[in-house]
Design a protein around this ligand. Structure first.
Ligand code: SAH
Ligand code: SF4
Length: 417
């Protein structure tokens, strides 16, 4: 979502005649679009501001801006403006009114309405896959998570606006659409009586792109209808990101996740039963307060049972505003790190074994870009988001059939057939 927010900011500013420069030294204004989900990326913001050269305006946007507000102006004199997650649509007037006149300021007010901005294709990260935000915010309040405080309560974008953006991307030759939100499967257009599964079904039927994806789905609702809709439409990619966070029901409860280990696994197996080629990815937090060896082993065994395509894993990071701050962060960093490495090792082995099964097989891939390090190679992705490298003069956006010859845990290599 941060990438998509940057696209929107770029869109607004380009319309006003600002120019996006690749070389930081040439910039007059630097906008830092920040993430507050863990402490480390937040700290990186300050070290980055420290390195910014003299004479430049510095604007901090995103979740750290929303969470810290005025503190950021106080903390470093180099910071000129702090703009929260709901105020991007005004960034052009902020630039014109404040920065030109050397006035500093903070705007971190939450707003209840959805602000409609469709980034044009020249301001987007890719011309192959396109992000479409369908909702923002979260009402789940998982005990460790700062998101409900930085993105606010859920706001759902109207159906007709989402469809308009999807049509725009398809018209411009995009091959893949990625519907975005903190909690996409709770999206609905109440006025029109349209639910997330109806939206997916509409896009899969009426929008001409090869793959439709969505991220992130909360695994706590029982999604029978989602299985049905996916089974009906082959253009909904057989890949779902379902963050489990932990394999221990005791820890899940303390995290305020609303499902048990058994419910999570049942849901996964129901998907697998009805959609034999579906693949999953997930997020995990290790070292949550009071996590013991048994809890951790339950997480490892869950990972082994599901056999994820890929995962993101993190050491628990205590965050401002959250309930978990009241729990004693009782584990040694050494233990947390050991658990993280162990978990990553288990996942690495699963990925390697899964990838090895593909040797000698032909997979269809979407070329995403030329490999910046090897000019005669391209980087492509499979439907389940595995990275495939191969020699080719194919252009981004082309689909190719690749015979897989070599694999590692994180990528595949092959040749065009
Ligand atoms: N809405 C998504 C998650 C969004 S945050 C969901 O419900 O799953 C992205 C990921 O960051 C989370 O899945 C979680 O694994 C991680 N995360 C969030 N807060 C964290 C914290 N305090 N410490 C460590 N990891 C955290
Ligand atoms: Fe955070 Fe996701 Fe939980 Fe919402 S559902 S509070 S975004 S982890």
């Amino acid at each position: 979502m941060n990438v998509n927010d940057s696209e929107r900011i770029r869109h607004i500013l380009k319309k006003k005649g600002f120019v996006d420069v690749q070389d930081e030294d040439k910039a007059d204004i630097i906008i830092i679009n920040t993430c507050a989900v863990r402490e480390k990326p937040q700290q990186k913001v300050f070290s980055y501001v420290g390195r910014v050269g003299k004479g430049k305006k510095v604007v901090i946007a995103g979740c750290v801006a929303q969470s810290e507000g005025l503190n950021l102006l106080k903390k470093d004199k180099k910071v000129n403006f702090v703009i929260g997650t709901h105020q991007y649509y005004k960034i052009d007037s902020i630039f014109e009114n404040c920065l030109k006149e050397n006035k500093n300021g903070v705007d971190v007010e939450f707003s209840k309405e959805w602000k409609e901005i469709i980034p044009d294709i020249n301001t987007r990260e890719s011309k192959v896959y396109g992000y479409i935000s369908i909702m923002e915010g979260c009402n789940n309040f998982c005990s460790y998570c700062i998101v409900p405080f930085t993105r606010g309560r859920e706001k759902h974008r109207p159906f007709k606006d989402i469809v308009k953006e999807a049509e725009y991307l398809s018209y411009n030759g995009y091959k893949e659409i990625i519907l975005l939100g903190q909690n996409v499967n709770s999206w609905e257009d109440k006025k029109e009586g349209i639910k997330f599964v109806d939206l997916l079904s509409y896009i899969a039927t009426n929008i001409n792109v090869k793959w439709v994806r969505f991220i992130t789905s909360y695994p706590g609702y029982y999604d029978n209808e989602l299985i049905e809709v996916m089974a009906k439409h082959r253009s909904i990619a057989r890949h779902i990101h379902f963050p489990a966070q932990s394999g221990s029901t005791r820890i899940l409860k303390r995290m305020n996740r609303t499902y048990t280990r058994e419910q999570y696994l049942k849901m996964i197996f129901d998907f697998k039963k009805n959609l034999p080629d579906v693949k999953f990815s997930s997020d995990f937090i290790v070292g949550f307060p009071s996590e013991n060896e048994n809890d951790f082993n339950l997480t490892l065994s869950l990972i082994q049972e599901v056999e994820y395509e890929s995962i993101f894993s993190f050491v628990y990071s205590p965050r401002k505003h959250t309930k978990a701050l009241l729990l004693k962060d009782d584990l040694d960093m050494k233990v947390k790190k050991q658990r993280l490495y162990k978990l990553q090792e288990v996942q690495r082995d699963i990925q390697l074994i899964n990838n090895e099964k593909l040797i000698g097989r032909v997979v269809e891939v979407l070329v995403v870009k030329r490999n910046p390090k090897k000019i005669d190679e391209v980087i492509a992705r499979t439907e389940s988001y595995r990275v495939v490298n191969f020699e080719s003069d194919a252009k981004p956006g082309e689909f190719k059939k690749i015979l897989i010859e070599n694999v590692g845990p994180y990528s595949l290599r092959g040749k065009e057939i």
